[in-house]
Design a protein around this ligand. Structure first.
Ligand code: HAM
Length: 429
């Protein structure tokens, strides 16, 4: 490298990698509120938090999510570790939760086991609004016990309760059943046969999918294909007796819980492990990436990962999209300013200021204590900029008399208070 090139290299400005981003205050306050609400709501449904690793053997995702899915075939961040194992950054967490269920012998616990997780996932997708390469999910899984439709309904009720609590606008639940190992292959064959009859009316992507995965044709958003797709056979008419009964009961159980849904026979999910109940929730203000939550039943997945036969159902919320939607509808909290800015002058006042800051913070107030002495005018200006509600003015007079000056920044009014009076006053606000 030439000296010039080396110098240029030195001055390189680093930027977050495409599809990743920094989350900054004050927005992170909203992220925290969302996550705290998840902890609180999910706890009321008896769910406990699980934290699984960020990377796992590639084979875990390949087997669980499916080797032919977009997620596994195109979107995973995969690398050879030094011991020559191939590992991937997790593109989702259901596979990991099932692995953990098996690894920790959770089938010995009272069933079902109800777990939730919050954290980053990684998919190498084309970035756009609401779609990132590192994104965050809030997900939950119910493993073991029965496949009673009331479990499906309660899991969905829990997401809707969470969205309600956050006042998410326009949450729309789409519901479908995609059958089981018995009835789905028969339906897929029927669908393939019907698709072949109308092949000429479909675009190249859908034509390819007739062979690879006919169900994904139903996912098409192409205007030119909508008329043709509307004439295709619907899975609800081809479910086996058990699946039809299960689906009917899930709908009944949702009604019982007052959960509104829309049946969507075209709802197929991009992961292989699903069977029977599948659902997706969309919200307002998101443009084309408007799915804030996806989920469904995956009986048999634990077995596929070499565990015991186990029922399973769950969902994952796209936290980035949830936050975007809340922001678009003005549900984001106002940035939090400081409660008190301590404007101090002089050595003695400084010692008092340090003590006052400690006491106020202990009482739960947000306090800004300037590290060096400032002129009062400058201090008040700074307090204003930080959005402080009050400035506590501490100079020699105040310290000597024990009567401090509290200035309300909104109207400029001032009052004299002793330290106990100050705490009392602030607590009553
Ligand atoms: P998924 O539909 O692949 O399902 O993802 C769930 C949600 O994650 C999506 O609805 C979306 O909100 C969000 N999401 C996915 N990809 C991105 C991205 N690139 N950028 C931003 N948000 C994204 C699953 O992951 C399953 N594991 C859900 C599940 C849990 N099923 C059963 N249990």
């Amino acid at each position: 490298m030439s000296e010039g090139a080396a110098k240029k290299e030195d001055r390189r400005k680093f930027q977050a990698i495409k599809g990743t981003r920094d989350l900054l205050p004050p927005e992170t306050a909203l992220w925290n509120r969302v996550e705290q609400t998840a902890h609180a709501v999910f706890a009321t449904f008896g769910f406990g938090e699980i934290r699984v690793p960020i990377f796992e053997p590639t084979e875990l995702f390949a087997r669980a999510v499916g080797g032919d899915t977009d997620i596994v075939s195109k979107e995973m961040y995969t690398f050879e570790d030094r011991d020559e194992t191939t590992v991937s950054l997790r593109p989702e967490a259901t596979a990991s939760v099932c692995r953990a269920y098996i690894e920790h012998g959770m089938q010995a616990l009272p069933q079902p086991v109800k777990l939730y997780y919050i954290g980053p996932m990684f998919r190498r997708e084309r970035p756009q609004k609401g779609r990132y390469r590192q994104f965050y999910q809030i997900g939950a899984e119910v493993l073991g016990g029965s496949d009673a439709p009331a479990i499906d309904a309660e899991v969905i009720e829990m997401v809707m309760t969470f969205f309600d609590r956050l006042e998410l606008q326009g949450a729309q639940l789409d519901l479908n059943s995609i059958g089981c190992r018995e009835c789905r292959p028969k339906y897929v064959e029927l669908l393939r046969a019907e698709l072949l009859k109308v092949k000429d009316k479909l675009g190249p992507d859908s034509q390819r999918r007739i062979e690879t995965n006919p169900l994904r044709v139903l996912d098409s958003k192409l205007d030119s294909e909508q008329g043709t797709i509307a004439t295709l056979p619907r899975i609800a008419d081809h479910l086996c007796e058990d699946c039809a009964k299960h689906y009917a009961e899930v709908k009944h159980q949702l009604q019982l819980r007052g959960v509104m849904y829309r049946e969507n026979w075209r709802l197929v999910r991009g992961l292989d492990y699903y069977m029977r109940t599948t659902f997706e929730i969309t919200a307002e203000g998101l443009g084309s990436q408007n799915a804030v939550c996806g989920g469904g039943r995956y009986d048999g997945l634990v077995e596929l990962l070499s565990g015991p036969p186990t029922k399973g159902i769950g969902f994952a919320i796209g936290e980035d999209r949830l936050i975007l939607s809340l922001q678009e509808s003005g549900k984001a909290p106002a940035p939090q300013g400081r409660d008190v800015y301590i404007a101090w002058m002089g050595e003695r006042a400084h010692a008092t200021a340090v003590r006052a800051a400690k006491d106020l913070r202990k009482a739960g107030f947000s306090v800004e204590l300037p590290p060096v002495e400032q002129k009062f005018g400058k201090a008040i200006g700074q307090a204003d900029k930080l959005g402080a509600r009050f400035a506590l003015i501490l100079g020699d007079n105040e310290v000597a008399s024990g009567e401090w000056t509290l200035k309300t920044l909104a109207d400029g009014s001032q009052q004299r208070v002793t330290e106990p009076q100050l705490l009392d006053f602030l607590r009553k606000l």
